[in-house]
Design a protein around this ligand. Structure first.
Ligand SMILES: Cc1cc2nc3c(=O)[nH]c(=O)nc-3n(C[C@H](O)[C@H](O)[C@H](O)COP(=O)(O)O)c2cc1C
Length: 438
């Protein structure tokens, strides 16, 4: 029996996903408005037909304003702007699907664990156990400014606060025992209070007293995801995450990341395989290799460099307008996503990267590998990377939507199924069960 791949679909509740200017492609969202439920419901059905573990919704709480010190370029080129609330999509997608997991990004920085856990547990009920939480701490200055917090909390402290956030969250999720609900109509006894633990937390960052307001949910707690890439981020993932998502441009860097996460998980006393590792992958399909290459070239020609640099500057936390387009990036400080900076450097095979090259790489795929060719070429490349990288699956990154997922589901998925590399049906019900399938 071959180890099987798992797939997630990388999306954002916005006009584009991650490839800049894709909204302007003639095949993007034909007949759809991303702000309406139909788009998400049809996408959910499509992904479920492709037996994806989940749709994964990235999020930011405010438009990036690092590039040229302003939001205007982000707005002009829809560089991750506008972005609507991801949590609201969960019931919308759940109502149109039966198996597909729905992972949402929620930041811990401006919320109390009590409200955030309540929302996630409610969503776990509404989806009958299909919700996942991508745990982020917010790193972008614009998010802090939008919330009226003047100083971005430094990485060290963000992770210290997050650790305590998790401590409170586990207690809240364990508050109601699974058998606390008695529902005896004769005596009108609904729930047994002795089976509802009251949280009593007095910590450095949080105070929380009282039971959770939500009864035990189908999964008990959402599936915990993480995408941190600094040493602190990886350690956090190794302690808490059931799945991690990362961008690594080559088989070698994938293997190094996988080995590192598994080693850290082992050091924390966990089964290293219990952390599911996903890498981003963008796929450009054609009937022939030539037509696929032409398609990619046309995508790239559409990317406005300024738009890509607005996204890159926001993700990294460095204003790239300060450098000449043909200057090497060199060694800059990275208050934002450390791993994304490393991914760009590695994407050019370790050779120096100019600002222009970085924008081109980033504007297309955020530094993730772009697999180009016929469906069978792509299946071959996926298999080769899968054997070399030691990971569990891929986060498929969109080009035009939903067409790119439709092509993938119709053309590549059957090939992987025929090779015994991918499930032909779901065997579980909850998101946790999908992920744990081998
Ligand atoms: C591929 C990838 C995707 C991410 N997506 C999000 C996101 O949607 N929202 C967010 O606030 N942070 C996102 N992050 C940021 C991380 O989860 C993390 O908060 C950030 O990288 C800072 O932590 P680090 O220093 O450990 O990398 C992403 C990171 C990576 C590598």
């Amino acid at each position: 029996m071959k180890k099987k791949m798992h797939f997630l679909a990388f999306a954002q509740h916005g006009v584009i996903n991650h490839a800049i200017a894709m909204w302007a492609h003639p095949r993007d969202k034909v007949g759809y408005d991303y702000a309406r439920p139909e788009f998400w419901q049809d996408l959910g059905r499509l992904l479920e037909r492709g037996r994806f573990d989940a749709i994964f919704l990235a999020d930011e709480l405010a438009p990036y304003n690092v590039y040229k010190g302003d939001v205007d370029i982000s707005i002009r080129y829809a560089a991750q702007c506008p972005v609507h609330d991801p949590a609201t999509l969960v019931p919308v997608i759940a109502l149109a699907t039966k198996h597909l997991g729905i992972g949402i990004t929620l930041s811990t920085t401006f919320e109390h664990p009590y409200t955030l856990c309540r929302r996630l547990s409610t969503l776990d009920h509404l989806t009958d156990g299909r919700v996942g939480w991508n745990i982020v701490t917010s790193y972008s200055s614009s998010e802090f400014q939008a919330m009226g917090v003047t100083d971005v909390i430094p990485r060290e402290e963000r992770y210290a606060r997050l650790e305590e956030f998790m401590e409170v969250s586990y207690q809240l999720w364990d508050s109601w025992a699974p058998d606390a609900i008695v529902a005896d109509a004769e005596t009108a006894l609904y729930a047994d209070p002795s089976k509802v633990k009251k949280v009593a937390h007095e910590g450095r960052y949080f105070r929380c007293h009282g039971p959770s307001f939500v009864r035990h949910s189908p999964q008990g707690r959402p599936v915990l995801w993480q995408a941190g890439s600094s040493a602190q981020g990886r350690d956090f993932a190794a302690r808490h995450a059931e799945a991690v998502f990362n961008i690594q441009p080559t088989a070698e860097t994938m293997r190094a990341y996988t080995d590192d996460i598994r080693r850290r998980a082992h050091a924390h006393g966990r089964d290293p395989e219990s952390v599911r590792i996903f890498f981003g992958l963008q796929i450009v399909l054609g009937e022939t290799r030539e037509s696929a290459e032409e398609k990619l070239a046309a995508f790239k020609a559409k990317i406005p460099l300024d738009g890509a640099l607005a996204k890159l500057s926001g993700d990294i936390g460095f204003d790239f307008s300060k450098l000449d387009l043909d200057a090497d990036i060199g060694d800059i400080e990275v208050p934002g996503i450390r791993g994304q900076f490393d991914a760009i450097m590695a994407a050019n095979g370790g050779k120096p990267v100019t600002v222009r090259q970085a924008a081109e790489i980033y504007g297309m795929s955020l530094g993730a590998p772009v697999l180009v060719g016929t469906a069978s070429d792509v299946a071959d490349q996926m298999e080769t990377l899968f054997e070399a990288g030691g990971h569990d699956g891929y986060m498929i990154m969109a080009t035009y939507m939903p067409g790119c997922f439709q092509e993938f589901v119709e053309d590549v998925v059957p090939l992987l199924q025929a090779r015994g590399l991918y499930r032909t049906d779901y065997t579980g019900r909850t998101l946790r069960e999908h992920l744990s399938e081998r």
